[in-house]
Design a protein around this ligand. Structure first.
Ligand code: ACO
Ligand code: OAA
Length: 428
């Protein structure tokens, strides 16, 4: 327990001091009910110890570094499944049969186009707009094109909105990129699989067709799978909270995209690459590790640490292996950033500070190195995370609605002034 106190002010009563337990130890259960008649609740800043829902979708054992979707280990899904199959699993709790999979893939493929007026929407942004800023706007805007999405009580409408979201995310993401580099948009192609189609929309130009490498397309698909869901992380919790008001799925997912953008969450993949570039040379790693350990310096090692994993993030292991495969295929085995990243990991994992605090590389640590090697600019990294996380967001949104969840509404410990009389302007 820390020696910090929160002052709880209750109208008409004397303010009382309450001890605050440090977030990493657990919540302080405050019997506000006895004081205010409003019922008992826990004080848990950062929701360190609060389960806000029941869920059947994803299981994490943070101590052992285990991540399961529908019971299947993430390593097996990343190596043996594909993104749309994993999406089906998250939505249905079971792997699809061959017929189910074929029908699902066909349905997604038929919905990849976006309304032609969406193109004008993009043209309203500045060319130097961050693609995440564009994505937040255009995903929310889908609800303006599909009025059936507004009726979330209708299961058929919910299902078609989910399909539209998964199908159109790559198109919208690639459009955001093409707009930023001043190139014409590339239409989706039905003869390509999900990841090939995304890469083609990113990199084909009117002058030259993109030559799709099966290794790179497979790596892209793996990256999407590794991001597909992670139970009640900040962006998924945001989707659930927004969705609990009964808002439409496009608005709820746009809220999730906004939450994902922050550098403490999905924005960390972009921040990792910026950090590795700033380190620039293995000889400067110690300096950055020292900065990360300095309590008076806000700098943190980006891509390190996790709220739940107190052991290796299993996704980071697969990501590291994929980085080796992709960079090997591209003849970039000696990539200086990969070398810095590996050396940084080694130094941090042997350092007392990181060992004691159980800070290990997370999913964001190696993903940027792979994406950069594929030619994807850093500003698109979090967009790619959002694309991969969309099935998870939808799965949780659907589960919440099926459970008839109540509106999400946390409580607070009020620490402001107690009741007082208004002072007229000339007396202040
Ligand atoms: C997809 C994802 O969202 S994965 C996470 C991506 N984010 C990052 O990589 C950003 C860097 N990491 C972090 O900022 C944090 O580790 C988070 C946000 C991931 C987790 O945060 P929390 O669970 O709230 O941990 P918290 O911030 O309390 O950190 C615990 C302790 O470890 C330290 N710490 C945590 N992460 C780091 C880091 N990356 N570098 C240095 N110190 C760190 C904190 O300073 C704190 O120290 P203290 O106990 O002495 O005050
Ligand atoms: O679970 C979390 O808090 C963050 C994370 O790793 C993710 O969303 O993938």
């Amino acid at each position: 327990m820390s020696d910090k106190k929160a002052t709880l002010a209750i109208p008409g009563k004397d303010a009382i001091d309450l001890p605050i337990y440090s977030g990493s130890i657990g919540p302080d259960v405050v019997d506000v009910g006895a004081l205010t008649g409003q019922g008992m609740f826990t004080y848990d800043p950062g929701f360190v110890s609060t389960a806000a829902c029941e869920s059947k979708i994803t299981y994490i054992d943070g101590g052992k570094g285990v991540l399961l979707h529908g019971g299947y280990p993430i390593e097996q899904l990343a190596n043996e499944s594909d993104f749309l199959e994993t999406c089906w699993l998250l939505w249905n709790g079971e792997l699809p049969t061959a017929a189910e999979k074929e029908a699902f893939v066909e349905k997604i493929t038929m919905h990849t186009m976006v309304h032609d007026q969406m193109a004008s929407f993009f043209k309203g942004f500045r060319r130097d707009a961050h693609p995440m800023a564009i994505l937040c706007g255009v995903v929310g805007a889908l609800s303006a094109f599909y009025h059936d999405s507004l009726d979330i009580t209708n299961e058929k409408h919910r299902n078609i909105s989910a399909i539209r979201l998964i199908a159109k995310m790559p198109t919208l993401a690639a459009m955001a990129y093409k707009f930023s580099v001043g190139q014409p948009f590339v239409y989706p192609r039905n003869d390509l699989n999900y990841s090939e189609n995304f890469l083609n929309m990113m990199f084909s130009t009117p002058c030259e067709d993109y030559q799709i490498s099966p290794t790179l397309a497979k790596a892209m698909d793996k990256i999407f799978i590794l991001h597909a869901d992670h139970e009640q992380n900040a962006s998924t919790s945001t989707v659930r909270l927004a969705g609990s008001t009964g808002t439409n799925p496009f608005a709820a997912i746009a809220a999730g995209i906004s939450a994902l953008w922050g550098p403490s969450h999905g924005g960390a993949n972009e921040a990792v690459l910026d950090m590795l570039n700033e380190i620039g040379d293995e000889s400067r790693i110690d300096e950055f590790v020292a900065k990360a350990k300095d309590k008076n310096d806000p700098f943190r090692l980006m891509g390190f640490g996790h709220r739940v994993y107190k052991n290796f993030d299993p996704r980071a292991k697969v990501m590291k292996q994929t980085a080796d495969e992709v960079l090997g295929e591209l003849g970039l085995d000696n990539d200086p950033l990969l070398k810095i990243a590996k050396r940084l990991e080694q130094i941090a994992l042997e350092d007392e500070y990181f060992v004691e605090k159980k800070l290990y590389p997370n999913v964001d640590f190696y993903s940027g190195i792979i994406l950069k090697a594929m030619g994807i600019p850093t500003s698109m990294f979090t967009v790619i995370f959002a694309l991969g996380r969309t099935p998870g967001w939808i799965a949780h949104w659907n589960e919440m609605i099926a459970d008839n969840s109540r509106i999400g509404r946390p409580r607070q410990l009020y620490t402001g002034p107690t009741q007082r009389d208004f002072t007229p302007l000339d007396k202040r």
